[in-house]
Design a protein around this ligand. Structure first.
Ligand code: NAP
Length: 291
């Protein structure tokens, strides 16, 4: 028996399999386009001739293809389902919480131990100290897969038995990323309107943004443990700053849409009585049952 089999050798699957093989693990790989597997032969990996053959070769099977639809089509054949029985399947293709729960359910019925993960890293981070995989599902399966996962991504975090948690946490992190992107591009528009070079704006941005990221991380603690009414930077103060952004956009003829959207969010919290609270209190606007 080999140590691990990888199904899917796109940009990410290849980085995973390459790192596993480099770590000295006996590795079996399968990819639809066989040519992508060839460089791994130099690392002593074995190329399987079908997904079922790859699965049969190892107790631990990692799948990383475009999406769940592709993965379900590949692994849902009778050959694959019967080969997977009694093995640990680690799903690392991106998906949604609903798809992760459905995959756990069908795996359970087929006698497959299932883990669902999201790779919170770029391909060149795989195997590096800062790489992270968010993983959830069967606890016993995690103890089988833990050593491999921590070789691939040393910051791997196990989130418990509910397989939906890895994709949900990944969505939460990406929500932070898209918010940051929208806000920073809005800042670039302010700079353009004022004749400031985007390079000037970008120069100290990482440090400046980190200060806000540290502060919002403290708000998470207040959401969890209380204390949202204590702050030096209340929601109403931020709302006044956003008003200045809207005014500046309107005076300079560029779109105020991003600022107006954020202003509405902060305004709703103020209308609900949280104007003097920490920005963590914005969560009241989003909770189920709120307008
Ligand atoms: P990719 O380079 O586009 O590779 C896609 C993989 O899926 C290839 O192995 C491809 O096979 C396979 N595939 C697609 N359709 C198929 C089909 N109908 N039958 C069989 N195999 C099929 O994508 P990737 O970057 O490796 O991403 C894989 C997963 O990792 C995605 O879910 C992605 O969201 C996630 N991810 C990627 C990154 C990243 O930085 N790349 C970061 C985090 C998460 P062929 O080689 O034969 O086309």
């Amino acid at each position: 028996m080999a140590d691990v089999s990888f199904i899917g050798l796109g940009a990410m699957g290849f980085a995973l399999a390459d790192t596993a093989a480099k770590s000295g693990r006996e590795t079996v790989v399968w990819n639809r386009t066989r040519g992508k597997a060839l460089p791994l032969v130099e690392r002593n990996a074995t190329i399987a001739s079908s997904p079922a053959e790859a699965i049969s070769a190892s107790p631990l099977v990692v799948v990383c293809v475009s999406d769940y639809e592709t993965s379900n089509a590949l692994l849902g054949t009778n050959d694959c389902v019967s080969a997977l029985k009694g093995r640990v399947l680690v799903q690392l293709s991106s998906g949604s919480p609903r798809l992760a729960r459905a995959a756990l359910e069908s795996s359970k019925q087929a006698g497959i131990s299932y883990l669902d993960g999201e790779i919170a890293a770029y391909t060149d981070q795989i195997g590096r100290a800062d790489a992270q995989i968010l993983i959830a599902g069967d606890e016993e399966a995690y103890s089988t897969a833990e050593s491999l996962l921590k070789t691939l991504a040393p910051q791997t975090r196990y989130l418990g038995a509910d397989p939906a948690k890895s994709s949900a946490l990944n969505l939460a992190i990406l929500s932070g990323s898209v918010g940051l992107i929208a806000g920073i591009i809005n800042g670039a528009a302010i700079c353009e309107a004022a004749g400031i070079s985007p390079l000037e704006f970008g120069r100290d941005l990482p440090q400046l943004v980190m200060a806000d990221v540290d502060s919002i991380a403290e708000s998470m603690e207040k959401i969890e443990n209380g204390g949202l009414e204590i702050t030096d930077a209340p929601i109403e103060g931020w709302a006044a700053i956003i008003d200045l952004m809207i005014q500046f956009a309107e005076e300079n003829g560029y779109s105020a849409d991003v600022s107006k959207f954020i202003r509405q969010f902060f305004g709703q919290a103020a209308n609900q009585g949280f104007g003097s609270h920490d920005v963590g209190a914005l969560i009241h606007v989003l909770r189920p049952g709120k307008d």
